[in-house]
Write a new protein. Sequence first.
Length: 232
Amino acid sequence: MEQTPPRGARADSDVPNLRYLCISTETMEQCVMATTVQRKVRNLLRRAGTARSQELVAAGATRSELSRLVAAGELLRVARGIYALPDHQPSEHGSLASVAKRAPGVVFCLLTALRLHDLTTQSPFEVWIAIGNKSHPPRLDYPPLRTVRFSDASLQAGIEVRHIDGTAARVTNPAKTVADCFKFRSKIGLDVAIEALRDALRSRKASVDDLWRYARIDRVSNVMRPYLDSAV
């Protein structure tokens, strides 16, 4: 004789439907959370241009989600640990933004600084950075770096902050850059230093007083004197 289930009890056939309902609800919640995270990631990248993985994790994304978004073409890995949206158009100096994010303590100098200030027609293959005498140079897979050690006084003088693709970057100002070029003329060439001096004065990006001040800090006053006297 067939027994009728007690009043209020669920039939066995209803249990799978309940299970599917729970799974569907759980999946929906996960989808909503994933969409929220993706929105936060997109908003962050639209504002900043690029972001480190730590910044995206702080926004709520997991590293596995970042890998999945890259695989799906919704996120672009521009360098190790640096991400951008697929339609991101880096500027001419986009690689510098990557360096500034991964090594925020460095100072862009010499040929790289000359390029930033439009004081040279050269496009250096390497990114020139300045660090302290006792500092460890950053290790990046890309772009290639050329590291120069500055004294403490020289490293702290004439630094300005520029924003490159939304990233704050420290760079020597035009006058300090010219003095540095004479200081390290054996590395970049005396002709480059002289050209930078003339261009800085011609374009009024550096004053004579500022050039003398940074020449004294770099201890190249005697080296710069004949070229500075003939240029003014």
